[in-house]
Design a protein around this ligand. Structure first.
Ligand code: ADP
Ligand code: MG
Ligand code: MG
Length: 889
């Protein structure tokens, strides 16, 4: 027979799956000997059985009866007894605390008879009636689903009839009348009487808790927080204690440390003569724990002692709910408390100093996302601000700049030294240059998975999206603000990507202490010391190396300061843009080999200088340089624009000969699906001189470095290989250049040639490719696109929101690795590669390398390193270590 009901004394804190968080911790406190009102927990098994069958499992009623009898025995009272009633609360409690679950119902067991018993026994009629009216409204709203407004309106009316706004001014007569009003509300709204039978009250409340698992709010929350749908909730039935028993009673909440700052010392609120959530509902002013000490020294001392005991026992900051009944303290809830990122780091350090936890535990107590949030600049908390709109907090940071409405303006203004905020209805791939240039991005449409949000997060740009109070008119270059006012091009605004707030004017920004520390400044702040301590230990614990994706010497240098151990991806395509674009045009329109060579010769010294700077910044560390990857047409003028230009010129008497030729080539190179077209190694095979020129630039730069006394460790990476033959073809040329440069310069260069694994075919045939490759790097962006068969730019804003709605994705596969599908290929590719070459170095580059959940996956697959943007490097260092400990991401 399945056991569905457990006495508090039967459980412990590790049974959250079975008893829910609240139940498990009530059990733990009970077994610690703390003053917990006795009770029992109906397990999540019962809830799951109920949800599956649509009705309670047959054994449940009997098991509840059994436990209830035992409880009645202990308490010496019977539920619903007219003379001396046992009263209980019914409290929901899933494994994870979850908004949307049923609110607690207090005082179950009161009815028209037992309310008199309670009054007689307590000698306090007002108290008994106050308890009853609370039961009626809580039961009415949470179990019978009556809009709670009905009850609060009636309560307000009773108060104003008394000429007061305080619930404490209502006397027994007022409350007696209110009880009748509330019963009438139930009759009117629910079409039934309030159940006078105490057991029926209990059973209905329990069922309501089960049902609340499936409210829309609970569902939405689970989806967002990735909480499985099938956990179910437990239900706690607990003997009532009364904080509303007069001024020597009350209800409170407390933290064993300050959850906002992490400061040592207790922190909390207390409200006299109050029940349940009165203390957090703002119905009267609460007092601090210091004042509570003045009110009731005995209870306060007990509370402090228990808080110390709980902290020692849980070895973590706890949050606590308690009630005082006539000078006696009762514990009603505890759990490990939520805290701000700064508090998490500080508390972890303090607790280690106090000897509560060791270094590994300290590491498990802080997370990459918490570290990331400490790294963003903040608006000065004390500055005066004018809020004009609030959107989604899509990508954190604090950005100030002038409003611009299009990408070219953004780029132009930034070039002349201005900070800009790119403001659009929505963004699309053609806004990319502006997004890169801008300090921040603000859109009036789209959510956290819109193009703007996704791209901004990817490049660490501040972004607020979906600020619907803004009507963005890009044509007229004006933003009309709902509620009045407008913004024009050039007006200064400030956007807070952590809160979604948009402010008029420039709000002062303070740089992150943690970033200043990573940059090498000596910052005297407790949180920085905590970060330093954690990072030191993380570096000693992690197995995987962390590299950075960096394309410039400055980025490489910063990445190194942030702890990068090399470069995992140096993209070379940006080295062909700007002024050099013209040289690429020459290459493409070249009529013959000589013309091509001339163009390549012009590019060579420029590339060499690029690489020399990066190799210098990363001296003695591996630098993986990817040969040019995107389709050539990306470096060419837009086909339509050029056709129009040529057509107009022809109509006017004759087009420029260069333009005509260029148009020819642009037409020839135009592709329906550029992502699947002439790019990567295919381009290298099509125009052999291109890869050779790049390899030569890399090798000559390395030779220069060696001559200057450096230790360059270049790794040449060939993109988009699907067949080992492709790699062989280009590798032969690269090795020939290597021979030639080494001979000519009289140096020996430690260079490796490897490949990206970013096509399913490559993952599948990794054993063959490994025969020719000296290293692998999984390009999980392309691998995701190729595995799913969709291109990121096309699909993200087009249909991802529907996919989230239907639960096909719970997170974008571009943000966090699709472990089963794409991850499966990473795993297979690694295994197959190492089957051929046991010591094959395997890493991952691309956004997933900086995503905590993905990093934990890469640890289990056994990759040698992850590579991510410089700013994410500390996060990756931390998470790579946490992954070794087996901590959840
Ligand atoms: P939540 O999950 O929203 O925190 P709880 O189940 O903790 O809801 O109930 C809210 C409050 O109700 C508690 O903090 C406590 O003050 C009060 N409460 C719950 N059960 C009892 C009880 N048996 N006796 C007295 N007060 C109770
Ligand atoms: Mg609540
Ligand atoms: Mg609670």
């Amino acid at each position: 027979m399945t056991v569905y009901v457990y006495d508090f004394a039967q459980g412990n804190k590790d049974q959250k799956d079975l008893l829910g968080g609240k139940g498990a911790n009530l059990a733990e406190m009970t077994n610690l000997g703390l003053p917990v009102p006795p009770g029992f927990t109906i397990s999540t098994d019962a809830c799951r059985a109920y949800l599956a069958a649509g009705t309670e499992p047959a054994e449940l009623a009997e098991q509840v009866t059994e436990r209830l009898s035992a409880l009645e025995e202990t308490m010496g009272r019977r539920l619903g007894d007219a003379a001396d009633p046992l009263l209980v609360s019914v409290r929901s409690g899933a494994k994870f605390s979850m908004p949307g679950m049923m609110e607690t119902v207090l005082n179950i067991g009161l009815n028209d008879e037992s309310v008199h018993g309670l009054a007689r026994l307590s000698g306090d009629e007002r108290f008994a009636l106050d308890s009853y009216r609370r039961l009626l409204s809580m039961f009415g709203s949470t179990v019978l689903h009556i809009d709670s407004e009905h009850f609060s309106r009636a309560l307000d009316a009773a108060k104003s009839a008394r000429g007061t706004t305080a619930d404490l001014d209502l006397d027994a007569d007022d409350l007696r009348a209110l009880v009748e009003t509330f019963k009438q509300i139930i009759r009117d709204q629910a079409g039934r009487e309030f159940p006078q039978d105490a057991r029926e009250q209990l059973d209905l409340a329990v069922r309501a808790v089960f049902n609340s698992w499936n409210t829309d709010r609970a569902r939405l929350y689970r989806r967002r927080e990735r909480i499985p749908e099938d956990l179910g909730t437990a239900v706690n039935v607990q003997t009532m204690v009364f904080g509303n028993f007069g001024m020597d009673s009350g209800s409170g909440v407390a933290f064993t440390r300050d959850p906002a700052s992490g400061n040592q010392g207790v922190y909390g609120d207390y409200l006299q003569n109050a029940q349940g959530e009165d203390v957090v509902a703002g119905i009267r002013n609460t007092v601090s724990l210091a004042d509570f000490e003045q009110l009731d020294k005995t209870s306060y001392d007990d509370l402090i002692a228990i808080m110390a005991q709980l902290e020692n026992h849980y070895r973590d900051m706890c949050d606590i709910e308690f009630t005082v009944e006539r000078g006696k303290l009762w514990m009603l809830q505890t759990r490990v408390g939520k805290r701000t990122p700064g508090a998490a780091f500080r508390i972890s350090r303090h607790m280690r100093d106090e000897g509560l936890i060791d270094a590994d535990e300290q590491l498990s107590r802080v997370t990459g996302p918490q570290l990331a949030s400490l790294m963003f600049p903040r608006f000065d908390a004390n500055a005066e601000k004018t809020l004009i709109a609030t959107g989604m907090n899509a990508s954190p940071g604090a950005a100030v700049g002038k409003v611009v409405f299009d990408s070219p303006t953004a780029v132009a203004w930034v070039e002349r030294g201005e900070d800009v905020i790119l403001v659009r209805k929505e963004t699309n791939p053609s806004d990319l240059a502006g997004m890169v240039a801008a300090q921040g991005i603000l859109t009036s449409r789209g959510g956290k998975t819109s193009h703007a949000a996704v791209v901004a997060r990817g490049m660490g740009r501040t972004c607020v999206c979906g600020a619907e109070a803004l009507d963005v008119d890009v044509e007229a270059k004006v933003v009309r603000v709902r509620g009045g006012g407008e913004l024009r091009e050039g007006d200064v605004i400030s956007i807070d990507g952590a809160t979604g707030e948009v402010f008029a004017g420039a709000v002062p920004v303070s740089p992150s202490d943690v970033v200043r520390y990573f940059e090498g400044e000596d910052v005297d702040a407790d949180v920085v010391r905590a970060v330093e301590e954690v990072m030191g230990h993380a570096d000693s614990r992690r197995r995987m190396k962390v590299r950075a994706n960096a394309d410039t010497a400055e980025d490489a240098a910063r990445a190194r300061r942030f702890g990068a151990e090399g470069i995992g991806l140096c993209r070379t395509e940006h080295m062909f843009l700007g002024d050099r674009r013209e040289l690429v045009e020459h290459l493409i329109v070249a009529e013959d080999a000589a013309g091509q060579e001339a163009a390549l010769d012009a590019l060579l010294p420029l590339q060499r200088a690029d690489f020399a700077g990066i190799l210098e910044a990363m001296d003695d560390l591996p630098v993986t340089i990817r040969l040019i990857d995107p389709p050539l047409h990306e470096f060419l003028p837009d086909y339509t624009e050029l056709s129009v230009k040529v057509a107009l010129a022809e109509a006017a008497g004759g087009a420029d000969e260069h333009d005509v030729r260029l148009l020819d080539h642009v037409r020839r190179l135009h592709e329906q699906n550029p992502m699947l077209g002439l790019r990567g190694v295919r381009l290298g095979i099509q125009i052999p001189g291109l890869f050779v020129m790049q390899a030569r630039a890399i090798l000559e730069a390395a030779a220069d470095r060696i001559e200057a006394g450096g230790t360059p460790l270049p790794e040449i990476m060939v993109p988009l290989v699907a067949s080992v033959r492709e790699l062989d073809v280009v590798k032969r040329d690269i090795l020939a250049v290597a021979e030639e440069v080494q001979a000519a310069r009289g140096v020996e260069i430690d260079v490796k040639v490897g490949t990206m694994i970013e096509l399913p075919r490559a993952a599948f045939l990794a054993d063959r490719i490994a025969a020719s490759a000296e290293f692998f790097s999984f390009g999980t962006n392309d691998l995701t696109q190729m595995a799913w068969g969709f291109s990121r730019d096309d699909v993200e804003s087009a249909f991802f929101s529907k996919y989230f709605e239907h639960g096909i994705f719970d997170v974008s596969p571009f943000e966090s690795l699709d472990q089963r599908g794409v991850g499966g290929m990473v795993e297979m590719g690694t295994q197959k590669g190492r089957a051929t070459k046991p010591d094959l170095k395997v890493g991952v580059c691309g956004e997933h390398g900086g995503d905590p959940v993905s990093i934990h996956f890469f640890e289990t697959v056994g990759l040698d390193y992850v590579s991510c943007s410089p700013f994410r490097v500390p996060v990756a260092r931390l998470e790579a270590a946490r992954a070794v400990l087996g901590t959840d991401a």
